[in-house]
Structure formats: structure tokens, C-alpha cells
Design a protein around this ligand. Structure first.
Ligand SMILES: [Fe+2]
Length: 255
């Protein structure tokens, strides 16, 4: 009852996959020099294209996080059509034609190795999130979404809550596109945490929630490489510029 509408389609823009994979990986590889020199900050710099080598966010610097990904504009056009389809399926908003040309968005890529995870967060500064899986194979860990009603229901019940999904786990494949409301919290597993979750560890060595993913006692979450790097591109659609879209105005002021 009361499902959250998440758009999930497979085999999108498959002809672009080889170029996207190699271009994103080339950028990731180019940033390796900094990881060697500065392991702490370098990991963020390589993992998320919004950061520069000083750890500054591209919103602040005005840098383009999709620099050197020449196949991205084609992908962006395709994703934009899907995003409008998603919005049309949920709303009778009469001006979607206008959005085709004028809906601002902000994109970045991510590259995760087996030790990388991203704890619970949302992108509430934006309106919608579209994530495209450039490379997500069997070996790669999935993403979890948190039920926004979960905490409310749990606090209302007298004992440990049963029978209600507090999280939904999705295992996307290469070429999948997912679009969801920007306020929806999500969590990207690393390999070790996913192995524990998948095997439903009876000792409950860890508790999923809060900031648990920083470390797991007695478990090595760093040295668990994948054969290939897990790659995705996220396009964040901005709130309407005329009303709440301060980021649109802020970024345009930087041009
Ligand atoms: Fe995210």
C-alpha cells in the first residue's frame, strides 16, 4: 500500500555503453596519481567526479563534473526523455514541453571499488534523481532505498517491528536507468557489507542504519576489490528556477 513511485527500465542506450565505460574509467584512472599522494582525500577525488584534488565540490568551483565524457550528451538526451515520461506518469503538469528545453540538471559520475560504500543520504537539494548504471555486473553490490514511513511506524510499535519493509534492495544491471524523488534516502553497499547482508549474518555484527558503514569490527571492508570498477552516472534534475531553484541561479551566476 502507498508505494513510492520508482522508475526502473533496463537496456537503455546500450550502444553508448562501451564509450561510457572507457571514458569514465579513463577519468578515474587519470586521477590515480592523487590517490598515491593523498590516500584520504584522493579516494573521494577518484570515486565521485564532483570533487577536485583539493576536495572542493564542483558546485563551489564551477568545474564540470562530466568533463572528458564525450558520450555523455547523447546519454543525457535519452535520460531526459525518460525523466519527462516518469513525471508525466505521476502528474498532470501541463507544461512538460517546456521542460524538454528548460529543465536544468546537474550530473556526475561515480566509480566504486569493492571497498567503497555510500551511507544513507538523499539529494533533497534537487527535485528528481536519474541514475544510469554504466557498469553494474553480478559481482557489484546493490543499492538500498529506505522506507520513509519506516521510522514513524517503528516508533509507534511497542516491540521490534516485523512484517514491514524498512528498506528495499535493488540490484541494477549495466544499462539500467532508475529515477526517483530526490528526497528518498538510499545507501550503496560495499562488497563486504553486501556479503554480510546477503548471508543474513545471524550474529548481527553490524547494524544497518545511521553511519554504520564507516567500519565493521573485525572485517576488512577496504581490501575487497572487484574485478571491474562499478560505474554509474547520476543526473540530478533541479527544482523550478522561478520558485525554489537557487542552485540554477547560483550556477548561472558563475558562468
Ligand atoms: Fe546518492
Amino acid at each position: 500500500m502507498f508505494d513510492i513511485p520508482i522508475y526502473h527500465k533496463s537496456n537503455i542506450a546500450m550502444d553508448l555503453i562501451p564509450d561510457l565505460q572507457s571514458e569514465v574509467f579513463a577519468e578515474y584512472d587519470r586521477r590515480k596519481f592523487y590517490l598515491d599522494a593523498n590516500p584520504e582525500m584522493g579516494k573521494h577525488y577518484r570515486k565521485l567526479s564532483v570533487y577536485n584534488e583539493h576536495g572542493q565540490h564542483s558546485i563551489v568551483t564551477g568545474n564540470d563534473p562530466m568533463i572528458n565524457i564525450s558520450s555523455f550528451p547523447k546519454l543525457q538526451k535519452i535520460i531526459h526523455e525518460h525523466t519527462i515520461t516518469y513525471l508525466n506518469s505521476l502528474s498532470d503538469f501541463p507544461f512538460t514541453e517546456m521542460l524538454k528545453d528548460n529543465w536544468k540538471s546537474y550530473a556526475w559520475w561515480t566509480c566504486f571499488d569493492g571497498g567503497d560504500s555510500y551511507s544513507w543520504h538523499n539529494h533533497s537539494q534537487f527535485f528528481l534523481i536519474a541514475t544510469y548504471y554504466v557498469e553494474n555486473e553480478d559481482e557489484h553490490s546493490p543499492i538500498a532505498f529506505r522506507n520513509p514511513m519506516g521510522n514513524l511506524l517503528e516508533s509507534w510499535l511497542p516491540g521490534k517491528m516485523t512484517g514491514i519493509d524498512t528498506e528495499v534492495i535493488v540490484k541494477p544491471k549495466t544499462g539500467d536507468l532508475m529515477i526517483w524523488p530526490a528526497w528518498l534516502e538510499h545507501f550503496v553497499y560495499n562488497k563486504t557489507l553486501w556479503d554480510l547482508e546477503r548471508n543474513n549474518d545471524p550474529d548481527s555484527k553490524y547494524h544497518r542504519g545511521g553511519n554504520f558503514n564507516k567500519s565493521v569490527a573485525g572485517v576488512d571492508t577496504i581490501n575487497t576489490p572487484y574485478d571491474t570498477i562499478r560505474k554509474s552516472i547520476t543526473i540530478n534534475y533541479m527544482k523550478p528556477a522561478e520558485l525554489f531553484g537557487y542552485m540554477v541561479k547560483y550556477l548561472e551566476g558563475k558562468k
